[in-house]
Design a protein around this ligand. Structure first.
Ligand SMILES: Cc1cc2nc3c(=O)[nH]c(=O)nc-3n(C[C@H](O)[C@H](O)[C@H](O)COP(=O)(O)OP(=O)(O)OC[C@H]3O[C@@H](n4cnc5c(N)ncnc54)[C@H](O)[C@@H]3O)c2cc1C
Length: 459
């Protein structure tokens, strides 16, 4: 078997060909017929909207709300795994609302149109002497879409992206244009920073940034138990730290990231590495889960460490070509390691046939109402994945109750089965959010069946 590194394992473009690519279909400019189905990134969530609209201004958006009736859902880049977006009513796609609108050199803040993709923000900000503090695993999401679900990266010192929002503008179902910030309306601001797209359509956001910086990232493979034992010490040493535990294995891939002044050195994974990875996946999937432990351990223990250096936004976000579905729960940080251990043990005991690694990372607490890390505690986010061509429900259904046992909150943009009754217990401000939602959208125009369940509203 050819050698492979952690990067080839995770970038996985070598097996992209195994899984068909399913782009979302949007009409640009004006209203389009709803005959083309809409699909999310993984292809698992599908809708046939009656109308699609791509507004170029807040006025156009307000008049679309008043001209139409029925459900209206905003969509970003369709990278959520949960059915937040689908509707057979109206889809509002914000791909004409993009780019930098304003920036403040002194305060290191920048205002972007809400449809700007995270990946387009890095170079723009850099040219104005700014950089985002953190990024999620990929950067294809829109700013409004990512913040609507409290999308986060890793790092005990960094909150989710929504916690860096300092102001936003939103068009409500009544056609009002609201400028919202923490000084003028703290409650509405705390609700609107993580809104699940249920309060109105966000058109612009201002975010707090910092000066540009360079990062050195190291990856290595080690025993999961050793990494978990020492997790807090390692996490305290680096700006970012996370692990990707392998299923049916004693090993994880570890990833640490820190500031550096070293020269940029960020080669793409070689063809040989990718080939080695594809070969390993094929071989592994032919072995019954109960016989995999020794094989995976042998491969993992031979994986060489690797290192790369680049501008922050080129290190923090990755390219993920392999389509998958994902469930992620955030548990209070002190429960994280035990919860992860139980998930890994269950995968072995139940002989779940899954090769995709898990992901385990820390996120700092914040003051928004519905972020998974809101409140007084930092959280550990634990993700499980299944390649998109396989049914994910049997696996996710077995694991989800473990997350509940440890007080987990589901990622809004990822697969979960919780309803309003359960969610009310998890979020002190869930009812406050509901009041604001009902006052801005009294007729439920922004509720699809998934959101009706999440908010406990009969439609
Ligand atoms: C490969 C992959 C990797 C991922 N990695 C991470 C990760 O590292 N960390 C993490 O936390 N999450 C991660 N996610 C999840 C992803 O970041 C979230 O689901 C995010 O919300 C998707 O953003 P989007 O722009 O695609 O929005 P969509 O999925 O299109 O929409 C998400 C929500 O935003 C709302 N919305 C969109 N635009 C607006 C608007 N203008 N106004 C109001 N509401 C709006 C929608 O109605 C919906 O409720 C990942 C997803 C994928 C597919």
């Amino acid at each position: 078997m050819k050698p492979f590194t952690r990067r080839s394992w995770l970038s996985a473009s070598a097996i992209a060909a195994l899984i068909s690519s399913v782009p979302s279909a949007f009409a640009r400019g004006g209203v389009a017929s709803g005959s083309t189905p809409w699909r999310n990134w993984s292809g698992g969530v599908v809708a046939n909207p009656e109308g699609r609209f791509s507004p170029a201004s807040e006025d156009e958006l307000a008049s679309y709300f008043s001209k139409t009736s029925g459900v209206l859902r905003p969509v970003g880049s369709g990278h959520s795994f949960s059915p937040l977006v689908p509707t057979d009513g109206h889809l509002v796609v914000i791909d004409q609302l993009t780019g930098l609108l304003d920036h403040d050199k002194q305060a290191l803040k920048a205002t972007f149109a809400a449809g700007t993709r995270l990946g387009d923000m890095g170079p723009i900000l850099e040219s104005h002497g700014q950089a985002m503090y953190n990024l999620p695993d990929i950067d294809r999401q829109t700013l409004a879409g990512a913040t609507a679900t409290a999308t986060h990266g890793t790092g005990i010192d960094f909150g989710c992206l929504s916690s860096y929002v300092t102001a936003l503008r939103m068009v409500t179902p009544a056609g009002e244009v609201l400028d919202i910030d923490a000084d003028s309306n703290p409650e509405l601001f705390a609700a609107a920073c993580v809104s699940l797209g249920s309060l109105g359509v966000v058109t612009r956001m201002t975010i707090q940034n910092r000066t540009p910086y360079r990062l050195l990232q190291n990856s290595w493979v080690a025993k999961t138990e050793d990494l978990l034992e020492d997790f807090d010490n390692i996490a305290a040493k680096y700006r970012h730290f996370e692990i990707f535990p392998f299923t049916h294995s004693d090993y994880s891939s570890a990833l640490s990231t820190q500031h550096t002044d070293e020269a940029i050195d960020n080669p793409s994974p070689s063809v040989e590495e990718e080939a080695g990875f594809a070969q390993m996946i094929t071989q592994l999937s032919q072995v019954p889960p109960r016989d995999r432990l020794q094989m995976v351990n042998a491969i993992m223990s031979q994986t060489p460490p690797s290192q790369r250096v680049d501008t922050s936004y080129r290190i923090l976000a990755n390219v993920r070509n392999t389509r998958f579905n994902e469930m992620e729960y955030s548990v209070p940080i002190e429960a994280g390691a035990d919860c992860l251990r139980e998930v890994l043990r269950t995968i072995i005991e139940k002989e779940i046939d899954v090769v995709f690694p898990l992901e385990y990372r820390y996120v700092r607490r914040d003051d928004t109402w519905l972020s998974m890390s809101s409140g007084h505690e930092d959280h550990a986010a634990i993700s499980i994945h299944r390649a998109a061509q396989f049914a994910h429900n049997p696996y996710f259904d077995l694991i989800e109750p473990i997350f509940w046992k440890y007080g987990g909150r589901p990622h809004w943009g990822k697969v979960h089965s919780l309803d309003a009754r359960a969610l009310t217990k998890l979020y002190p401000h869930f009812r406050d959010f509901q009041e604001i939602r009902a006052s801005l959208d009294p007729t439920g125009r922004m509720l699809n069946p998934h959101l009706s369940k999440v908010f406990g509203v009969r439609t």
